[in-house]
Design a protein around this ligand. Structure first.
Ligand code: P6P
Length: 334
């Protein structure tokens, strides 16, 4: 018998992200592998970025790149490296029509006439929280996949679709281990990179966010400039035994909320009246993941995924996490 010849222990995990994606693809006979190819490009780039983050100090690629990105934020050297690796990996995929990055003002038309019946748009924040790199803090990549809208005019406006249209969303957290969390609309799957074999291995299927948890995550330094509802919520949380955790990297803070429950917020402030986080490639992908895990995600009182974007880099306030905890914040905003 086969099992008589297998020396591996039962616990030896050999479900890679590629085998997971192929098994998912097999569930849809009408698909032809294009979508799997796009996600495998992201997985390949994530491995490259992880390796560069691990060696950042050694290779002297920490610190500023001496340039600013489109938002006049100083670009870290690894921002540029991460951005270029994603552009290169996705650029080789014939079914990717457009890519849009936090680091680039305009979307990039990769293949104006793409093969495949439904080409894709991929949006990403290549290295979220990159300023934490210099202090060896967690940083991440956030990505979102949409169908390309060939009817869009101008064609560059194709990405301007509400988050409910996303086909897939996910993030990679470069921390003590490299974790890739992905949804393709059938729940949330978590993979961890095994550096010894260079594969992302499936470690948890159908991840569910805890319904309640007395944790909140936001930058309380700005409390005085939050709208009063948020201030009243924080006063209530302080009196009701809540704990606060905040890294300052959305991917790290949201991953903790997904694992432990609670609520992550970036409210409007005087400096950022619509919040600081970007709708298209931060709020929307995280919102899809959290909703797929059984949580909720709102911008104020509006469901984030329903927002119709007007421009690529527009910002949105964020309240996401355990359904019970998001609802509690909203009670104070009503
Ligand atoms: P603040 C990182 O710069 C980032 O874009 C997100 O990853 C993070 O959640 C937020 O900004 C932190 O912003 O104003 O608290 O430093």
């Amino acid at each position: 018998m086969l099992e008589d010849h297998i020396a591996l222990t039962e616990s030896q995990n050999l479900t890679s992200i590629q085998s997971y994606l192929l098994s998912e693809e097999a569930r849809y006979p009408e698909t032809n592998g294009d979508f799997t190819w796009v996600l495998s490009a992201i997985s390949l780039s994530a491995k490259f970025i992880a390796a560069r983050c691990r060696r950042a100090r050694i290779e002297a690629v920490l610190g500023d790149a001496g340039a600013e990105n489109v938002h006049a934020e100083s670009q870290q050297k690894l921002d540029v490296i991460a951005n270029e690796s994603l552009l290169r990996c996705l650029g080789t995929r014939p079914t990717v029509a457009i890519v849009a990055s936090e680091e680039n003002e305009e979307p990039m038309i990769i293949h104006s006439e793409t093969e495949g019946e439904r080409p894709y748009v991929v949006l990403f924040d290549p290295l979220d929280g990159s300023s934490n790199l210099d202090v060896c803090g967690g940083v991440g990549t956030i990505f979102s996949v949409l169908h390309h809208d060939r009817r869009a005019h101008p064609i560059e406006s194709s990405p301007l679709q509400p988050g409910v249209n996303q086909l897939a969303a996910g993030y990679v957290l470069y921390g003590p281990s490299t974790v890739l969390v992905l949804t393709t609309g059938n729940g949330v799957q978590m993979f961890v990179l095994d550096p010894q074999i260079g594969s992302f291995l499936l470690v948890e299927k159908d991840v569910r966010i805890p319904e309640k948890s007395k944790n909140y995550s936001l930058n309380e330094a700005y409390t005085s400039s939050f709208p009063s509802g948020y201030q009243e919520y924080l006063a209530w949380a302080h009196e009701n035994g809540y704990s606060q955790r905040y890294v300052g990297t959305m991917v790290a803070d949201v991953h903790r909320i997904l694992m432990k429950g609670g609520v992550f917020m970036y409210p409007p402030t005087e400096k950022a009246p619509n919040g600081k986080l970007r709708l298209m490639y931060e709020a929307n992908p995280m919102s899809m993941l959290i909703e797929q895990a059984g949580g909720k995600s709102f911008s104020g009182l509006d469901r984030t995924l329903d927002i119709q974007p007007r421009e690529l880099h527009e910002r949105a306030s964020v309240i996401l996490g355990s359904a019970g905890e998001v609802e509690k914040v909203q009670e104070f905003l009503q």
